[in-house]
Design a protein around this ligand. Sequence first.
Ligand code: 13P
Length: 221
Amino acid sequence: MTETDARAEIIAAYRALEAKGLNRGASGNVSLRCGEYLLITPTAVAFDAITPEMIVRMRIDDASGDWQGPKPPSSEWRFHRGILATRPDINAVVHTHAPFCTILAIARKPIPAIHYMIAAFGGADIPLADYARYGSEDLAKHVVAAMQSRNGCLMANHGMVAGGHDLTRTLWLVDELEALAHQYYHALAIGGGHMLSDAQIEETARAFSGYGVGARPETAA
Ligand code: 13P
């Protein structure tokens, strides 16, 4: 993919998140691997004001924060860079304040195996990354740690992150994670529900490998 195409994909994804009610205004951010670089949305620019020229370029192997572009990168560039640097199978990362993910993150409730679709995230739960101030090095450490074994996590009192092989897959994961959060929130409201076992989630993961939703290269273990 050319850098021009990658910039256009990021803009389309950022707008799609707003249109689907998964993000609001200038909150949330999107990044995409482009060779040795990551391309990321600029800080504090809303979905209706963003243009391809505003997308910021940073080196994945450079933790210093150097950037190229007309505007500074998302304040969350540290965890975007950290995930792309440590998960070669992930090429796109999305962070949003999706409503039901954020409600569970405020209640500090990781999502257990309430539904077989959780298997698409690489295991039997969606972990909760510890709280640290937005944009901080500590927050990046917590999020990158949570994303070592999963393709999505909640962020305490903040929101959610998902990462996949490409942006189409990652947007799908964001939508699925919000659906799981929505289901869990309502299951809690009627008493909590029944959890699937690790064996049942592993069985689902094996079945997914021969089915559309799971037949993707990112391989959280
Ligand atoms: P940016 O505008 O810097 O991307 O920050 C938005 C946000 O959601 C911080 O967590």
